[in-house]
Design a protein around this ligand. Structure first.
Ligand code: RIB
Ligand code: CA
Length: 307
């Protein structure tokens, strides 16, 4: 792939982030220009440290920019119950140095990378959307060189943080609303497919033989509480990468998505308005279903390419 697709990944590693980033970096089809970090699974400092540890382990020289240490308005609540205290329990990474860490913050770095790019850049947020909201509000001039936003987030149905809210959107609902209302092309890979993007026991068993990254993934998966080894591990963030590399695995709906902000029990709920009750223009393509076997094959092939 001579002209690899330029992307920026906004992330909060996070065990599922870790393997999604690996598959993107080693795919040969994506030009990962920048990684930006945001408070989500664990604190900003921890997710940034984890990002640097991953890049050192993968041997990839991708610049990293630190972003928001908390949601725009609401208090920060992490998901260390799912990823462990460090956010990436289960594997002993070498200590990273911070030569990849930029002095710019996430919004500044994304603005520079987007405006410098000779081709429109795809934003791939797989974390709360605080950085993306700050970018679009602070530097709206970037919109002209953004191809689309392909996010892991939201849910057309039930939640995994609140009854009706998915973690990335529920962590910062105001940021999510800013992004969905920004007028940019959006692809939403939510829980509807994240819950079905499962690595089953027979898949996990193959990982240790798949080289260093496979072994690392296997170790992290022992500690990952997004599902279970037995019932299947939910590869939420890989769903966004899978859309970039093999969109045919999805059944998509072009529709309207809005975000509840004031519900005392439903704040952070993404209303996927398939019947147009809200009377608003379409603003997103939503992944409504996934070919589970095709995902599993894609995922294992993606890890196998991490050499
Ligand atoms: O709801 C799943 C999302 O929350 C994923 O991005 C996972 O990494 C966690 O951040
Ligand atoms: Ca994530």
């Amino acid at each position: 792939f001579m002209n690899k697709r330029p992307i920026i990944i906004d992330t909060d590693p996070g065990i599922d982030d870790a393997v999604a980033i690996a598959i993107a970096l080693f795919s040969g089809e994506l030009d990962v220009r920048l990684l930006t970090t945001v408070a989500g699974n664990v604190s900003l400092d921890k997710v940034t440290y984890n990002t640097l540890r991953l890049l050192q382990f993968y041997g990839k020289e991708v610049p990293v920019a630190k972003g928001a240490d908390a949601p725009l308005i609401r208090p920060f609540l992490d998901a260390s119950n799912v990823h462990g205290a460090s956010g990436m329990e289960g594997f002993d990474f070498e200590e990273p140095d911070d030569h990849l860490l930029l002095k710019e913050n996430a919004a500044e770095a994304m603005r520079r990378v987007i405006l410098e790019s000779d081709r429109p850049v795809t934003l791939v947020p797989i974390a709360p959307l605080t950085n993306i909201a700050l970018l679009l509000k602070t530097f709206p001039e970037v919109k002209g060189n953004i191809d689309e936003i392909v996010m892991m987030g939201g849910s057309a149905a039930r939640g995994n943080k609140g009854v009706m809210s998915e973690f990335n959107v529920a962590t910062d609902p105001e940021a999510a609303k800013i992004v969905f209302d920004a007028g940019l092309p959006i692809v939403m890979a939510g829980l509807d497919v994240g819950w079905k993007a499962l690595v089953l026991p027979e898949d996990s068993a193959k990982l240790p033989a798949m080289g260093e990254v496979g072994r690392m993934a296997y170790c992290l998966f022992q500690k990952y509480r997004g599902g279970s080894m037995k019932t299947g591990l939910k590869m939420y963030d890989s769903c966004a990468i899978a859309y970039l590399l093999d969109p045919g695995m999805y059944q998509m709906e072009e529709t309207t998505v809005d975000v509840e902000l004031s519900g005392s029990m439903t704040a952070g709920c993404t209303l996927v308005d398939l019947k147009g009750y809200l009377g608003k223009p379409h603003n997103a393509k939503v992944c409504m279903d996934i070919d589970q076997d095709r995902f599993r094959t894609w995922f294992l092939n993606g890890i196998e390419k991490c050499v």
